[in-house]
Design a protein around this ligand. Structure first.
Ligand code: KG4
Ligand code: ZN
Length: 359
């Protein structure tokens, strides 16, 4: 902190299965501090269904959000009327949950007479590395979560260019589906990673869809089908079979992600000659050590810096929403109480652009 005036932002996140609220401070020099960060995961609510049930998620957000916000304020030692702005995820995500968070934020903004910041969840992931590591623009972001797998060029706040995305399943979703067909439970990513440690990654050769094409897109559904067919052909599976399938699948996706990252870094170098190369990873799959190691190897080869924020800030949380709100607020942005919740909201739409209200 510089001692100059800081802004205090409350951030609310309810777009999937985490009910989260956080208080973040941003000083005049642009440094952020997480003062509190409360996340209630709904794993228990959805465990029996093998995935997130949108209706149940929305209901749980209604039940818990008020308490989570109160706890975030209590842990920060900051009263609600001391915050400078209220930020909430306004999309993309499961619309019932987004409505709960956004409506709560609107009610607070109206009652406290504070500005509202309606945050794009993807922007919140994209800007987190500036909160945690002070990464400077421009940089490349790889977002790999249960809902998204994309490369985004981050040029500035509100200024994004999507370079590639998945044409079918998200990477986290592929991990979850493979875990399900191997009866490893939900969420699948950590379970697949754990059992893969005892497996032989070279036992099965799985397809690497799209890799012959230049585009920076992903496709994981063919790979998932290949894993299913292999599992069916070997049934009944021994523990070693399960571990070998998990390890081979994980090695395949690590290779795919690293290959694409290498292409994306080459494109970044071509577009920004002489510019420092920064690759930032966000999303729950960033927790996967095999993928992180493959990305680190590629970054080392390209002379790039790999930034992976602490995993609690890579997965969904309120601090990233508060921080995105703080970055926008610092540029004079505020959103109307008429702002709508959006189930889909690509990052590179013109309405993400920051139009300063400060002048
Ligand atoms: O970002 P996140 O917490 O939630 C959203 O999807 O927004 O990501 C959750 C996803 C799940 O699909 C989960 O299986 C995956 O991240 N994941 C992992 C690991 N930990 C979480 N995937 C692979 N390896 C992991 N260690
Ligand atoms: Zn997310």
């Amino acid at each position: 902190m510089t001692g100059q005036a800081s802004t205090i932002v409350l951030g609310i996140e309810t777009s999937c299965d985490e009910t989260a609220a956080s208080i973040v401070m941003r000083d005049a020099a642009g440094n952020g501090t997480i003062v509190s960060n409360v996340v209630r995961s709904q794993l228990d609510e959805h465990a029996a269904f093998g995935g997130v049930v949108p209706e149940l998620a929305a209901r749980a957000h209604v039940t818990y959000l008020d308490h989570i916000i109160a706890q975030a304020c209590r842990e920060a030692g900051i009263a609600l009327d001391e915050v400078d702005a209220i930020a909430a995820t306004a999309g993309p995500g499961l619309i019932g949950g987004v409505l709960v968070g956004l409506t709560t934020a609107k009610a607070l903004a109206a009652a406290l007479d504070k500005p509202l910041l309606a945050i794009n969840h993807l922007e919140a992931h994209a800007l987190t590395a500036r909160l945690t590591n002070g990464v400077q623009f421009p940089y490349l972001m790889l977002l790999v979560s249960g809902g998204h797998s994309q490369f985004v060029l981050v040029r500035g706040v509100g200024d994004y260019e999507r370079w590639g995305t998945t044409i079918d399943d998200a990477l986290g979703e592929a991990f979850d589906k493979v875990a399900k067909l191997l009866s490893l439970g939900h969420p699948g990513g950590p379970a697949v990673e754990a059992i893969a440690r005892t497996g032989h990654a070279t036992r099965f050769k799985f397809p690497r869809p799209l890799l012959r094409e230049e585009r920076l897109d992903f496709s994981f559904s063919g790979l998932k089908t290949a894993v299913r067919l292999k599992a069916e052909s070997l049934a009944p599976l021994s523990n070693q079979d399960v571990a070998d399938i998990a390890a081979s699948f994980q090695a395949t996706v690590a290779e795919i992600v690293a290959f694409r990252a290498s292409q994306a870094l080459a494109r970044f170098s071509a577009e920004y000659p002489g510019q420092k190369l920064n690759l930032v990873v966000a999303g729950g799959v960033a927790a996967n050590l095999a993928i992180a190691a493959a990305l680190q190897a590629i970054c080392t080869k390209h002379g790039a810096t790999l930034t992976v924020p602490p995993i609690a800030l890579c997965t969904d949380n309120g601090a990233m929403v508060a921080w995105a709100g703080a970055e926008r607020f610092a540029l004079g942005v505020a959103d109307s109480l008429d702002t709508v919740a959006r189930p889909r909201w690509p990052l590179d739409l013109p309405d993400m652009k920051v139009v300063s209200h400060a002048t």
